[in-house]
Design a protein around this ligand. Sequence first.
Ligand code: AMP
Ligand code: GLY
Length: 423
Amino acid sequence: MVGGGGREHALAWRLSQSARVQTVFVAPGNGGTALDACGLKNLPVTQPEALADFAAAEKIALTVVGPEAPLAAGLVDLFRARGLPVFGPTKAAAQLESSKAFAKAFMQRHRIPTARHATFADAAEAHAHVQAHGAPIVIKADGLAAGKGVVVAMTAAEAHAAIDDMLGSNSLGVVHNDEGARVVIEEFMAGEEASFIVIADGQSVVPLATSQDHKRIGTGDTGPNTGGMGAYSPAPVVTPNVHARVMHEIIQPTLAGMAAEGLPFTGFLYAGLMIDAEGRPRTVEFNCRLGDPEAQPILMRLKSDLFEVLLHAAEGTLGRVELQWDRRCALGVVMASAGYPARPRTGDVITGLPADEADLKVFHAGTRLEDGRLVTSGGRVLCATALGESVRMAQTRALAAVRAIHFEGAQWRPDIGHRALKH
Ligand code: AMP
Ligand code: GLY
């Protein structure tokens, strides 16, 4: 398991439960994967060549790549070139996430519903575009930005400021693509968002349970965007009719289009959706990986053997797979460190972690062991994830766990799941 966040803890935990899996090495892992008694082992390796050397030497049956950065850097290409079994998209296929400009042009070529857009490297032209179209309007940095390179500008002034930042000082720290700093300016889409994630083997695709993320730091969806402050599954906004439309209008054309362009997509494909009042789904973005924190509640509900499923996907035999889900709801509440998302503080001691139970698990993200103590080491620290007969029951259970846990300055939202509670 390559990665060290909450998503990777959840993936490693589920993989370790397969009867065919002895050990899951998590590289580099976190404090939770170090402590988890389910057969996980941290591996302090992040360099691509060193990871491949380890996989070869240990005859690792399958390497699963969690985060976008190693995918965009071509880790899967390296493993494939060395004949090592790996699950994830190639660098070229990962452009669906790593380049917003590529993704938008791809969707246009294949008539996949999304917001109208224009791409700019020149600030004066970008400003003129905002002047011509007015607000609300959406400004996105082209490149990897850990979910933070997007400004939904409700006023033209906000839009102009975002352009100056993204094409100038780059205070969000976006990792630019080869073309340099560019912005994508998009039409604002109204509606409700949902995360629609599938497993693809280049040709066939199996949808995972639906989910919904909460991107703003503050209760009631206020304040700046984060990597995600909590998620739950399933998302009631994805009705059976919406589900069918997403598969037919977005997922299948995307997989077919990638294959037709010589970039067959193997891996988790995540379509971030905007669903309007008429139930029409449009694509906000693609990610080439599982969502974080969506993975935590989704995997909490997965009953199938994840190792078998991902092996089929890596081998191109996903057509034989059908997934089994716990019919209960799962809900995860993220606990983030003081100062997140702008300047997360680290090094705070964490206490009060509850023991795992069948319907409760606290996944770790930004944690590490220091002299036998568990301390914070990143922005998003933990995700307390619970199963329940209803969204409310899962939420109550997750929040009880959160309230028992302590570290200085912890931030969390008590309203994860609020949209489902209204449906
Ligand atoms: P992204 O990183 O592209 O997923 O964008 C982050 C967030 O910005 C999304 O989850 C949406 O809440 C919002 N967003 C992005 N694009 C649009 C759009 N065209 N219209 C409305 N909201 C958007
Ligand atoms: N939770 C949103 C993401 O993983 O991009």
